[in-house]
Ligand binder design. Structure first.
Ligand code: SAJ
Length: 407
């Protein structure tokens, strides 16, 4: 039996995937409401294919509880935030989860940490608490790090097809854990040591963050001298060895905007490019805000209550709003003591997260003269007609209307 600890964006799909592929799974979360919702037969967030997977997992006997189970394998998928001041990983949730496992587990159990951690975290924070509790690592408890790679919006598909990494001290245990993941994963599963697994996960997300920062920086250079950044990126990407990402209103989510800071926190003298990249991405919402003010001025819009931000989630077609660029922009605006802009998100019609948030798209449009596309949800692509006659700032170059502004 596998006990998946933490039933959030990663833990839940992982638990469901294993359960629907013949593994006996109990999902545990300390959030009583979340466990009740799952036990009542409902998923807890929107994701393509998740409901169908949930039904399959129920047929496979998946159960949910607030209690840790006594079993021979645990998969920990708990959050790993970073300390805003030191930039280092905050492993408190991982440490608490391991402590809870130690209270119930028997000798011989395997603890798999899926949560993203910076290199050395398991050595520094996890091994000591296991040793202090009297267990011998490698004999009584086996430690494994198996970071996930799935992208919100395409999680189910990526869980099935992405390659995976398993870091372990002992290859035999690595192979045992690999069998569990191989129950559903059709990609290649590489077995390596724990530190390499920790580092490679953080490096993957850092690679993306640095590349997004490059695109964002290009957008600023091009804006400064009135060049078309999209045309330039399109042309550059025709080169066989160039593949530039797209600029946007900023970087959100709990991965790309967080994990690279772990390297800056741990290696402040060495991680210079990463540090600058993260600062560039973090200041992109303010760059957009200044662009909004510029365009308002150009169009004689003096009242920012007539400006609306379309999209509050951190990216398209998901309902996850953690660290979202729109929230970052509103926060920057608050620092200027300005009256908050209006906002709307089709994925958050029933969840209020911002002051001037609308739950109805048409009402939101009625109250605004200028719309800023902060998230490229498919929904906006079906509603271009409704934006006719408005001033539009399109942060993604997707709007086909005439006279649209870009970042
Ligand atoms: N973004 C841009 N320009 C781009 C691409 C993305 O501005 O060209 C922005 C998005 O709008 C969003 C942010 O970056 O605000 C991050 O979105 P994302 O789609 O790049 O990535 P995440 O955070 O949803 O998921 C990432 C993925 N990592 C990589 O692609 C290397 C995913 O595979 C990981 O599993 C996930 O982090 C994680 O859990 O670590």
């Amino acid at each position: 039996m596998v006990n998946v600890i933490g039933l959030g964006y990663i833990g839940l799909p992982t638990a469901l995937m294993m359960a629907s592929h013949g593994v006996e799974v109990v999902g545990t979360d300390y959030n009583k409401n979340l466990v009740e919702t799952l036990n009542a037969g409902h998923t807890t967030f929107k994701e393509d294919g998740l409901d169908a997977l949930f039904q399959e997992a129920l047929k496979g006997g998946v159960r949910f509880s607030t209690e840790y189970q006594k079993t021979d394998m645990y998969i920990l998928s708990v959050p790993t935030p970073y300390d805003k001041f030191s930039k280092k990983v905050d492993a408190c949730f991982v440490v608490d989860a391991v402590k809870s496992v130690l209270k119930v587990c028997e000798k011989g159990t395997t603890v798999v940490i899926e949560s993203t951690v910076s290199p050395g975290t398991i050595d520094r924070y996890v091994r000591p608490i296991i040793e202090e509790s009297g267990f011998i690592i490698g004999e009584d408890i086996h430690l494994v790090h198996a970071p996930e790679r799935i992208i919100p919006g395409n999680m189910v598909n990526e869980l099935l097809h992405n390659n995976r990494t398993i870091g372990c001290d002992n290859k035999e245990i690595g192979e045992k854990v690999k069998q569990y993941y191989a129950s559903f994963c059709r990609g290649e599963i590489v077995v390596t040591d724990i530190r390499s697994a920790e580092m490679s996960k953080v490096v993957e997300n850092t690679f993306r963050a640095v590349n997004i920062a490059f695109a964002n920086e290009l957008s600023r250079i091009c804006r400064h001298d009135n060049m078309d950044v999209y045309e330039i990126i399109r042309i550059c990407n025709m080169h066989p060895r160039v593949n530039i990402l797209q600029p946007g209103p900023g970087v959100g989510g709990h991965c790309i905007s967080v994990d690279p800071w772990f390297l800056v926190g741990d290696y402040p003298q060495l991680a210079k490019v990463i540090d600058e990249s993260m600062k560039t991405n973090d200041s992109q919402p303010t760059f957009v805000l200044n662009r909004i003010y510029e365009i308002m001025k150009e169009n004689g819009i003096t009242d920012n209550r007539r400006v609306g931000l379309y999209g509050l989630t951190y990216k398209e077609n998901v309902d996850d709003f953690r660290e979202s660029p729109t929230l970052q922009l509103l926060e920057a605006q608050e620092r200027h003591l300005a009256r908050p802009l209006k906002c709307y998100d089709p994925f958050l019609e029933n969840v209020k997260i911002a002051e001037n948030q609308y739950s109805d798209f048409d009402e939101f449009l009625e109250e605004t003269d200028m719309v800023v596309i902060m998230v490229k949800h498919d929904h906006i692509g079906m509603n271009w007609d409704k934006l006719k006659g408005k001033v539009v700032l399109d942060c993604f170059n997707i709007c086909p209307l005439e006279g649209v502004y870009h970042i």
